[in-house]
Design a protein around this ligand. Structure first.
Ligand code: EPU
Length: 422
């Protein structure tokens, strides 16, 4: 298995350009299935998860032309005829569930295997089904096989209240409702920027969606959606990762292709630690040169709260600052898999259920550690850049699912990191 090898690096210096957002492009690729006409998606990051979503679209009958070197994917779903999402693709990537809304809207049926739990929690999808049922779909669950079959003649708009502002459920319901008869209101909807990007894409296709980015989204269903061209928003979590990398190595980095509004909680928390963040004409400058950084507390929340996807990465930083920090994870029930790994590098962290207490230390030490999931893996890489000696991160396929050219971008900033093939 390939590994990343890191040595203690100099403060990161220079500039980095942020790629298109993984969590925006995955639902957008699912949404291309809603039209019989070609859709052209640009600023698509060349990632494993994008490959899986493209394969899934193909398995359903769409023609997909992927041009990763141009960060472009074209999908033509005129002949989409298969309502069955194959087991091996769905179990490889949880976001596969996002094809269910488009399948129901286009074909009136969908058959999908339940994605199951993952490293960060159980991750049920009952809110997606609750939404489809409210729109008039019949849902049959084969618990033994873990298979779900859904049918609907034509979905009918209605009011749907989400018990939790689930990102995936909001996206799936929005896509299904885009072609339903009448008006759908999603209340307590997720407000993440990726929801807004999906709504913008659907509106370019001829959809009638208002209120995306607030907790109430109004969708007026239309008969048909046409083809469209769309540029994906920059990845706010990749941006946050490089912001923290600059802070952690006490460096100064210019981050290009970043939308400051999308990273407000990260800026606020870095400021509390003593990091300077300035938005200039060319991008965002994050500077911690010669700074004595201090502790802060974090509570993860749905957007616009502090993102759960940044929790492990920020915790890596907190292990190196002066003072005691508290972290509370409220979104996922099991998102502290990085804690034992950080402790292997000398970090002082205690956890109790969803709370972690971090005693900041001067120095971490290099060790062999595992990327237990995508964001936990990124946290271990950043820890490796400031730890004394050599750090080896294995199971890096998790990291490569979500960060485009991660090693090359870090090397471009002066980091001592290499990818070692087996
Ligand atoms: N939840 C339910 N029932 C549901 C749906 C969700 O209880 O029907 C719970 C989940 O178990 C979880 C919480 O609600 O505890 C949040 O789940 P949500 O549905 O909002 O997350 P998601 O759509 O599965 C997306 C991102 C995740 C990110 C979360 C939260 C994509 C493809 N994935 O997942 O990204 O952590 O939102 O912001 O958009 C990552 O990029 O590393 C990643 C895990």
């Amino acid at each position: 298995m390939a590994k990343y090898i890191m040595k203690k690096s100099n403060p990161l210096q220079g500039e980095v350009c942020i790629s298109g957002a993984k969590n925006a492009v995955l639902p957008i690729l699912a949404a291309t299935l809603l039209s019989k006409e070609p859709c052209v998606i640009k600023d698509v990051p060349a990632l494993k998860d994008v490959e899986i979503m493209s394969k899934l679209n193909e398995a359903l009958g769409a023609i997909v032309e992927a041009e990763p070197e141009k960060n472009k994917v074209t999908v033509e779903a005129e002949k989409m005829n298969c309502p069955k999402a194959p087991y091996d693709l769905v179990t490889k990537m949880r976001a596969s569930i996002l094809v269910m809304g488009p399948l129901l809207a286009r074909l009136g049926k969908a058959e999908i295997f339940l994605p199951g739990g993952c490293a960060i929690g159980d991750r049920p999808v009952e809110l997606h089904f609750k939404g489809f049922k409210a729109l008039g779909a019949e849902i049959f669950m084969d618990e033994e096989e873990g298979k779900v079959t859904a049918h609907a003649d034509r979905l009918t708009g209605t009011d749907i209240y989400l018990d939790f502002p689930s990102v995936g459920a909001t996206e799936n319901i929005m896509m299904a409702a885009a072609m339903a008869e009448g008006i759908t209101l999603i209340e307590n909807a997720a407000q993440e920027p990726e929801i807004v990007d999906l709504a913008n894409f659907l509106n370019k296709m001829g959809g009638k969606i208002k209120g995306a980015g607030t907790d109430c989204i109004k969708i007026e269903g239309v008969e048909n959606l046409h083809g469209a061209e769309h540029n994906v928003i920059p990845d706010r979590i990749e941006a946050g990762t490089f912001m923290v990398a600059a802070a952690m190595t006490r460096g100064q980095v210019l981050i290009r292709n970043i939308l400051p509004d999308h990273v407000r909680p990260i800026i606020a928390k870095l400021n509390e630690c003593g990091v300077d963040v300035i938005m200039g004409e060319e991008g965002m400058i994050v500077s911690a040169v010669d700074k004595q950084l201090v502790s802060t507390d974090i509570k993860t929340l749905p957007y616009p709260g502090f993102p759960t996807d940044m929790q492990s990465i920020f915790m890596a930083l907190l292990t190196t600052v002066q003072g005691t920090s508290a972290v509370i994870e409220t979104v996922f029930e099991n998102r502290y898999m990085h804690v034992p790994q950080l402790k292997r590098m000398g970090a002082s962290i205690k956890t109790d259920d969803r709370c972690a207490i971090i005693e900041g230390k001067k120095e971490l030490r290099g060790n062999k550690v595992i990327a237990t999931d995508l964001r936990a893996g990124a946290a271990m890489v950043l820890a490796g850049l400031v730890a004394e000696g050599r750090t080896e991160v294995s199971e890096i396929y998790h990291i490569e699912r979500g960060y485009e050219h991660f090693v090359e971008k870090l090397q471009g900033l002066g980091a001592d990191i290499t990818r070692m093939d087996p």
